[in-house]
Design a protein around this ligand. Structure first.
Ligand SMILES: [Zn+2]
Length: 495
């Protein structure tokens, strides 16, 4: 009992001391949990063995421990605030990744997977902290919006949401009082960053986070009802608010884990991450894709920043096509490609009755083009606005309109064709196998001018999510999960 009271006291201290710097441990773990359940668990066809990576309780425990880890340095008023802050940022993740790459080359056994699962958790914590805490242009971070809606500045909404998540979703099995740290990996990563972290200090931070994870469940039940009354907006929207809520964090977690999982395998998962440019010390978005659709009915328009890409031809011959270009980041120059697939998220049929067998062909483009910045509507826009100088359109920069000059604008034959069938519902991924084409780009980088998507049937239509998509509704409560559906090129190479 005495021990229990001590633990509750530590939890209270943790909540007070830590809150200003973290979205709240349980919130981070919930974002990570949902990212896995809603997205990664279904990703087996894209990234083999990722969906089944967390195959038992030990691995989940390691992952959740990683979701909490980055706040170790802030525990109890600051065990090591400098190193604690440093491990929240990209430079640290890059060094940490180097440690793992050197120590644990694939294939991985169970013990090794624990170390990697922990890293995935740390990645999700770091990225999801950004839209929670930092405004980005017109996007107001969750924390700041909560301050506007519910309370005066300086209320500790991180701790409040930690309590909400704990009560709404329960404590995480296996995570109560026993957070695991892969001590040597972390010390090596901190050393590479030039941070002095004595092992005892790291252990002190681990114990404080562990104590908080056991204490808050009991500590929180009264506080839950109290906080719900005084922070109604925060309680209602800590999950669906975009910019920065739990649902967005889950989608973001999935994207980041795909990216790092691929890199640990020596593969590449190329997909545009949201542009969180907050500083210091800086975060650089991984943004390898440029895309745009072009249309014969709006031949002078550019649609480079519209959230949707479409490919269609109607009975009157009006046609739309889409262009995508991926920079082959992280793909070694002499790589032998085992598999390269373009994955697009099918956004659905325009209206009921328009479902029909539709084939979408993917061609290599043979001319450079500029995706441009045309946008009309961040939720539903497709057609773009009048092109600025140099931006791609139905007419520009092609020899024949619509990137249709065989040989000149594009290859004569498609690299891949994929059917969309009337049975396909909105919300499924479609893939084009462009293995040979990506090998050609690796062998001759100057030949990488991207892909043209064009209809292979006389009529039909399909709409896909673009690399600029983020909101699915105009209001601020759409969850911001569309980011996860942006186009992906997944390249697997021979080891
Ligand atoms: Zn944090």
């Amino acid at each position: 009992m005495r021990r229990y009271i001590v633990t509750l006291g530590m939890a209270a201290i943790w909540l007070l001391a830590l809150g200003a710097y973290a979205a709240g441990g349980r919130v981070h773990a919930e974002m990570g949990r949902q990212g896995w359940f809603y997205y990664l668990a279904h990703d087996e066809p894209m990234l083999p063995e990722l969906g089944s990576f967390l195959s038992d309780d030990d691995l989940w425990h390691a992952y959740y421990s990683g979701c909490l880890f980055p706040d170790w340095g802030y525990a109890a008023g600051g065990v090591n605030r400098d190193a604690g802050e440093d491990c929240h940022w990209r430079e640290f993740l890059d060094r940490y990744f180097e440690v793992l790459r050197a120590k644990y080359p694939p294939p991985w056994d169970h013990e090794t997977k624990r170390h990697i699962a922990f890293f995935f958790g740390a990645v999700t914590h770091d990225l999801t902290d950004l839209p929670w805490h930092f405004n980005e242009g017109a996007n107001v971070a969750f924390e700041n919006r909560g301050h506007l809606e519910d309370v005066k500045p300086n209320a500790d909404l991180d701790s409040v949401c930690h309590l909400f998540t704990q009560a709404d979703y329960g404590t995480l099995p296996g995570l109560q009082g026993t957070i695991w740290f892969p001590r040597d990996d972390l010390l090596e990563a901190f050393a590479k960053r030039g941070k002095n972290v004595p092992p005892d200090q790291l252990e002190a931070g681990r114990r404080l986070l562990s104590a908080a994870s056991i204490g808050t469940a009991a500590f929180g039940s009264l506080a839950y009802w109290h906080n719900k009354m005084i922070y109604p907006w925060t309680h209602q929207h800590y999950e669906d608010y975009y910019y920065g809520g739990v649902q967005h964090g889950a989608a973001l977690s999935a994207m980041c884990i795909r990216y790092w999982y691929a890199r640990l395998q020596n593969w590449s998962c190329l997909q545009d991450m949201p542009d969180y440019s907050c500083k210091p010390p800086g975060y650089v978005a991984h943004a390898p894709c440029r895309d745009s659709s072009i249309g014969s009915a709006l031949p002078d328009n550019n649609a480079g920043v519209e959230p949707l890409l479409d490919v269609s031809r109607d009975d009157t011959g009006n046609e739309r096509r889409s262009l995508l270009h991926f920079t082959l980041d992280n793909v070694p120059s002499a790589a032998k490609v085992v598999s390269a697939k373009l994955w697009l998220f099918f956004a659905g049929w325009r209206d009921s009755g328009s479902e029909k067998e539709t084939v979408i062909e993917a061609y290599a483009v043979n001319r450079t083009w500029n995706a441009g910045s045309g946008v009309t509507n961040a939720v539903n826009g497709v057609g773009g606005r009048a092109a600025l100088d140099g931006e791609t359109t139905w007419k520009t920069p092609w020899q024949m309109p619509g990137c249709d000059g065989p040989g000149d604008d594009r290859d004569v034959a498609p690299a891949a064709s994929t059917p969309i069938s009337p049975a396909d519902r909105a919300g499924c991924w479609k893939a084009w196998d462009i293995t040979a084409l990506v090998q050609r780009w690796i062998d001759k980088p100057a030949s990488n001018n991207g892909i043209l998507l064009r209809l292979g049937t006389p009529t039909g239509e399909a709409t896909f999510i673009s690399s600029e998509a983020f909101k699915s509704r105009e209001d601020d409560y759409c969850g911001g999960t569309r980011i996860e559906q942006r186009p992906m090129l997944i390249v697997r190479i021979a080891s």
